[in-house]
Design a protein around this ligand. Structure first.
Ligand code: FAD
Ligand code: NAI
Length: 468
């Protein structure tokens, strides 16, 4: 029987990063993945393919709506080749996944292809795709089995017309009318892809605003901007049935007054969140506890109730984000090596890759109000930047919330061009506990979108933004 210091179940961003860091620290490391390609949800059916389609559809949208104004006349009609768009996306995915295999080989990590399940706390059975089984021994085990799409109890996902994000990444036609249940991150990102490609897109959201976890100002701005782009929103609507007749899907929801609203669509994307995935792991054999929400229970060291078994990423509590999973992978490997790593969960940024992009870190205004924290707010509109006017990306703002007494930055919330990248400045500043004044006194290159960060910091410090 092969024996390892560390065995990791699941090769998503949590698992494969944990494997690399474990190997770097001198552990004999194995990773077990049930699918033939490594990289998990993020690389195969999540972050990477969705961004590839967002980029392709953005080019198409620009060609139709913005090229003329830029003085670029196209010789003929601009058409979509969806098959090519999907196959380019797949090529990006394949290349990225094989990059993970390369990293496993480079770091001398043993890769097992098959379903991993606990025999006991230190032995894992691997059921391979050809039906053979192998058992390995491991001193430490890291559970990194990720998550799967959630649904509603009365919805039957048929994967053809009533679909999750996984199917929405490989449709064979552009929907005529795509109804999306859930105005969260997946709903807006994939909704924008198909909106740009010509679909009518209706988002049905249970709560009273889209992106409910983000700052209220971001929800408001994105509602305005996406409505302008043609997306339709039905907030405060409770979906009560979804049924399919031939190629048509009927969705029924109750609005806030209790009236039934009918939607007819050719595709319905269910995007109401994701749930931790532990099926097939046989956790009972190892005695690992799972919470009522299905998450593997862990302490502050990401250790389960069984001392040699740890868990990371989407399968445990916290934000379901690739970079959070990666941080946790490094954290556990370093903990096992006797180091004292640290993760500041307050400083894990959240990004929505629509255009304009949406990015956040720290506390929202709603959270500060609820906690009774005295704060100052400085906001600067993107339309006041020369850079934004040059690229015609004038929607959005940067908003900085700082402590009313100490001026420490408590939260930064942005909507605009390339804010997915700009948020890194806010994370750095907050990691070093910068004040709004610190940011306002740093030179920001002109003309850049980043100038909005400086201006918002000026506005938060003494209400003295320069360009509004
Ligand atoms: P996963 O990536 O889910 O990987 C778990 C792996 O474990 C899978 O490969 C699975 O097959 C394997 N596995 C499960 N059980 C077993 C078993 N018993 N034996 C062997 N293998 C097993 N996050 C971002 O930060 N940015 C984004 O832009 C972003 N975009 C997204 C877009 C979409 C459409 C979706 C669905 C998600 C997106 N996410 C994004 C979320 C991100 O994909 C997840 O947070 C991330 O993948 C979690 O990583 P993980 O390692 O915990 O689990
Ligand atoms: P989400 O939690 O972002 O959004 C789900 C939405 O559905 C919420 O607005 C919620 O209020 C709504 N909802 C819940 N029940 C409903 C109901 N019965 N009827 C109508 N609406 C309902 O989850 P989503 O978009 O499915 O994404 C899953 C996970 O994947 C998220 O945790 C997210 O972090 C991650 N992800 C991250 C991305 C990124 O970082 N850019 C991109 C895509 C996904």
């Amino acid at each position: 029987m092969s024996s390892f210091d560390v065995a990791i179940i699941g090769s998503g961003p949590g698992g494969y990063v944990a494997a690399i860091r474990s190997a770097q620290l001198g552990f004999k490391t194995a990773i077990i993945e049930k699918y033939p390609t490594l990289g998990g949800t993020c690389l195969n059916v999540g972050c990477i393919p969705s961004k590839a389609l967002l980029d392709s559809s953005h080019h198409y949208h620009d060609a139709i709506h913005h090229f003329k104004e830029h003085g670029i006349d196209l010789p003929g009609e601009v058409k979509i080749n969806l098959e090519q768009m999907i196959s380019r996306k797949q090529a990006v995915v394949d290349q990225t996944c094989s990059g993970v295999k390369f990293l496993m080989d480079k770091n001398k990590i043993t890769v097992f292809e098959g379903v991993g399940s606990f025999k006991d706390a230190t032995h894992i059975n691997i059921l391979k795709n050809d039906g053979a089984t192998e058992t390995i021994e491991a001193k430490y085990v890291i559970i990194a089995t990720g998550s799967k799409p959630s649904s509603l109890p009365f919805i039957e996902i048929d994967k053809e017309r009533i679909i999750t994000s996984t199917e929405a990444l490989k449709l064979k036609e552009v929907p005529k009318h795509l109804v999306i249940i859930g105005g969260g991150v997946i709903g807006l990102e994939l909704g924008q892809v198909y909106l740009r490609l010509g679909a009518q897109v209706s988002v049905v959201e249970f709560l009273d605003r889209i992106l409910p976890g983000m700052d209220g100002a971001q929800s408001k701005e994105m509602t305005k901007v996406l409505k302008k782009q043609g997306m339709k929103f039905y907030t405060g609507h409770k979906v009560k049935s979804v049924s399919r007749k031939a190629d048509e899907v009927l969705i029924q929801a109750d609005d806030s007054k209790g009236n039934t609203v009918d939607f007819k669509a050719d595709y319905c994307l269910v995007a109401v969140g994701r749930k931790p995935y532990t099926e097939g792991l046989n956790l009972q054999a190892a005695g690992v506890k799972v919470s009522e929400r299905g998450q593997v229970e862990v302490n502050a060291h990401l250790q389960t109730n069984i001392s040699n078994i740890y868990a990371i990423g989407d399968v445990v509590k916290g934000a379901m984000l690739a970079h959070k999973a990666e941080e946790e992978g490094v954290f556990v490997a370093e903990t096992l090596a006797g180091q004292k790593p640290h993760i500041d969960y307050n400083l894990i940024p959240g990004v929505v890759y629509t255009w304009p992009e949406v990015a956040s870190v720290g506390k929202t205004e709603e959270q500060l109000k609820e906690a009774g924290v005295a704060y100052k707010s400085g906001q600067f509109p993107m339309r006041a930047l020369g850079r934004s006017r040059a690229s015609m990306d004038t929607d959005g703002f940067v908003k900085i919330l700082s402590d009313a007494n100490t001026d420490e930055v408590l939260g930064v919330h942005m909507v605009g061009a390339r804010v997915a990248d700009l948020i890194a400045e806010a994370v750095t500043a907050m990691e070093f506990r910068a004040s709004a004044e610190d940011i306002s006194r740093m030179s920001h290159a002109h003309p850049t979108y980043a100038e909005a960060v400086k201006e918002a910091a000026l506005a938060a410090t003494e209400n003295r933004a320069l360009h509004v």
